[in-house]
Ligand binder design. Structure first.
Ligand code: MG
Length: 161
């Protein structure tokens, strides 16, 4: 018997002084940076939580506590690879991943295909199983004021039950 499960994830990081952000594994020159213990990649953090959610295996903070100095400045593909390994260890297969980045800037469109390719590479999936979308909050709230960037993610996995 096989069953399909869907998990979701959400993350926010504050914008701070800097000259680049890393979103969905892609470095983008920007007027600010993202604040965080790791590389602050909100997209990969949300997607990591979506995969962990699908298999009911805690969250990114429980596996990689921000209090642990070894994750300082860590490249977030490491977190996503760990979540993938946890799915595989359960005999699971990742079917699809869908990420929505929520920000006023930088513009995501020009980087969308690079982000899809990066996620596909990390998860070892065909690119047509990966979606990256972007929206703004119409200048409302903390995202609209450019104080931070948020990301939502959904992932579907097939498990043997
Ligand atoms: Mg995070």
């Amino acid at each position: 018997m096989e069953e399909f499960r869907t998990g979701h994830g959400f993350d926010v990081h504050a914008l701070t002084a800097g000259d680049r952000v890393i979103l969905c594994g892609v470095e983008i020159p920007h007027s600010h940076g993202l604040e965080g213990h790791s590389d602050a990649d909100v997209g990969l953090h949300a997607l990591t939580d979506a995969l962990l959610g699908a298999i009911g295996d805690g969250d990114i903070g429980s596996h990689f506590p921000p209090s642990d100095p070894q994750w300082k400045g860590a490249s977030s593909d490491r977190f996503l690879r760990d979540a993938k390994a946890r799915v595989l260890a359960r005999g699971g297969v990742i079917i699809h991943a869908d990420v929505t980045l929520i920000c006023e800037a930088p513009k995501i469109g020009p980087h969308r295909e690079a982000m899809r390719a990066r996620i596909a590479s990390i998860l070892d999936l065909a690119i047509d199983r990966i979606s990256v979308k972007a929206t703004t909050t119409e200048r409302l709230g903390f995202i609209g004021r450019g104080e931070g960037i948020a990301a939502l993610a959904t992932a579907t996995v097939k498990l043997r039950s």
